[in-house]
Ligand binder design. Sequence first.
Ligand code: GUN
Ligand code: FE
Length: 437
Amino acid sequence: MISPLLRGRTLSFLRWPETVDDHPAWRYEEDGGLLIRDGRIAAAGTYAEVEKKADEGAKKIDHRPHLLLPGFIDAHAHFPQMQVIASHGAELLDWLNTYTFPEETKFQNAQHGRRIARLFLDEVVRHGTTTVAAYCSVHRESAEAFFAESHDRNMLNIAGKVMMDRNAPEGVLDTAQSAYDDSKALIADWHGKGRQHYAITPRFAITSSHEQLEMAGALCREYPDLHMQTHLSENHAEIAFTLQLHPKARDYTDVYEHYGLLGRKSLFGHCIHLSEREADSLSDSGSVVVFCPTSNLFLGSGLFDYQRYRTRDKALRIAAATDVGGGTNYSMLRTMDEGYKVIALNGEKLNPFQSFWQLTRGNAEALSVVERIGTLDQGSDADIIVLDARATPAMRLRMETADTLAEELFMLQTLGDDRAVREVYVAGRAAKSDMAV
Ligand code: GUN
Ligand code: FE
């Protein structure tokens, strides 16, 4: 097996960068090298150092002057919503009822699920995302299709069959028992197979009966290492309806708490309108709140207070995500551009190193997979992207006046999209140039 030796400007984070001058927070090599063996990074450092460790037959790939970064991680997206994206004129509950639930009924058809799973993973990879925490539809076949496609590509993905047994059309409902049985069967078939991770996925409190939330809690207890993903506190009408369904709950978070769904592997999409008690409880349990800026703007859900959550006494663990198809773009660059604006509307700023930390190491830490992905450290899986800051005429022109790495990164975030992603390596294999488009 040939081992690729990549050359380029490598950037990888060690921790949260406090300021743009906080150099110890990242490792940047102007002439960097990455030696890949068996899908992992066998050596990283200056090109001169790394080249010495390469075998005679190593395949040298020169990506200069481009940047080499860990692949982006998308912490929340719905693969069955590729044909929901860009649906006009509704807030969350109407949007679900009008567009999303009818679309997801199509995933009864296994062939449709396989087609969309393939196109979804093509699309995320084209945009430089090498890991996604994905919601499938309620149908077991949709999760089968997603995992089969992900495994074929040797991607590290996290996914689960959605559990939902009420307040939605018949074609997207399971039962408490069938959700439990199907989730167990999928866990047995896919969790830990290659790079696949299963996530227990009750859609949200509105669409799961008490009995089904009990079942979700039972699965979390049976499989404490698995992720759990759901939605929380996205929209005012959603919160009101949830509290109507759970009159004894102290608040929305308490509904999930009651069923034992909080914890370090638990990912809560949105979390925009949390009370202090809810935020404390999420923090105490080590739960993760997932920032989905394009979705929150598109559906008019509200402004996630990133800096307050990050710096409060009981700080929250934060991930960032597209939330396609409530979200409007597959690109994590476009996502953090909108994220920057949401944070600005809350009177704060995120510096470009912080943004790129979030998209790589930050999301890997939030998803508890930093041992495998999110950095360019030796021993990590070789999920690597190549970013070109001069990908379009407007970017090329702007780069004429960018003097620092911070400016280049901020320009990539503000103007960049899939065109700035020149190559994507998934476990060491060039996956973007390989793709028939
Ligand atoms: N809440 C429950 N389901 C969904 C969904 O599919 N998208 C979003 N944005 N919120 C949800
Ligand atoms: Fe979502």
